[in-house]
Design a protein around this ligand. Sequence first.
Ligand code: KG4
Ligand code: ZN
Length: 344
Amino acid sequence: MILLGIESSCDESAAAVIDGQLVRASVVSTQLIHTRWGGVVPELASREHLRVVPAVVRQALAEAGLGVAELEGVAATRGPGLPGSLLVGFHFAKSLAYARRLPFLGVNHMEGHIYANFVGEEEPALPALVLVISGGHTQLVEMSGPRRFRIVGQTLDDAAGEAFDKVAKLLGLGWPGGPAISRVAEGGDPAFLDYPRALAGRAGLDFSFSGLKTAVLHSLRAQSGEWRQAHLADICASFEQAVCDQLARRTLRAARELGSRQLVLAGGVAANQRLRAQLEAACAGTGLALALPPLAWCTDNAVMIARAAHGRLLRGERSPLDLDATPRFDLEQASRGAEESDPA
Ligand code: KG4
Ligand code: ZN
């Protein structure tokens, strides 16, 4: 089935064409307009999507060597995300589906991130425990079947990606913060500063990252500008290690408590090399298989949206064309059976 996927939930305008398990084209246009503000400005984001979404769709079709007439379905991110941004891609996709009489499906963005692991592959072996880590989400999700999700733990405050972004801003490293911090951290000593591992030793499967940001701030306050410059790599490595330790420890605890055999990593922070290596080491020899998404599909893209829609469209599932984009839309609301009742 030849599918067009569209993603516009935040600051990436993306379009992709897949043909069955084959990726024919993937175009991601990252909005650079936000860099000077150090974060995404929603109003600017939706205006950029209006300008760019038609162009990325045209480019994806051109790269795939296909015309609109050859498409057999359209999928777009329905939520969660910024309301104005979501509306642009979602309604563009619905209009195209209406005009060309194509099957249409709205896809949960986080489900898309999970399916980034299975691009070019069969549906995942389930059940699986999924660690979803992005700019807006940090959740442990039990996936018991296709579109059967139960959230078993989540952040009590900041998301993991948000922590990277805020600390990078604090350190003057620019935005987005995750890749910037990782680059600087490469030459640093992860044990140089002992930042707190929040909730360590506490029961439950939740996360917390806001204290870590404050700890970084305090560690800088006590020192001179020269010290800070001299130890920038060490500060970044120590911060990154504290995030990775918390993510890895809580996730492995969840796997033990739930008796999981399969762990799946998903979302933009899954691109973090230290975390990938740490989870690989932690899972080795434990009987817990680990799926890591290819780096190309970790951060927002439209291949993952098309991939998540593919099996469902083949099974005959359709979204009605009067379905609306849904800015607040968690994975439990996206579970099979719940999707047609619009979450508030
Ligand atoms: O999934 P994503 O592209 O967008 C959302 O759905 O939020 O994730 C973006 C987040 C940002 O917070 C960014 O700083 C973080 O993922 N990120 C990383 C890395 N690459 C992106 N965090 C840590 N290490 C990375 N290599
Ligand atoms: Zn995302």
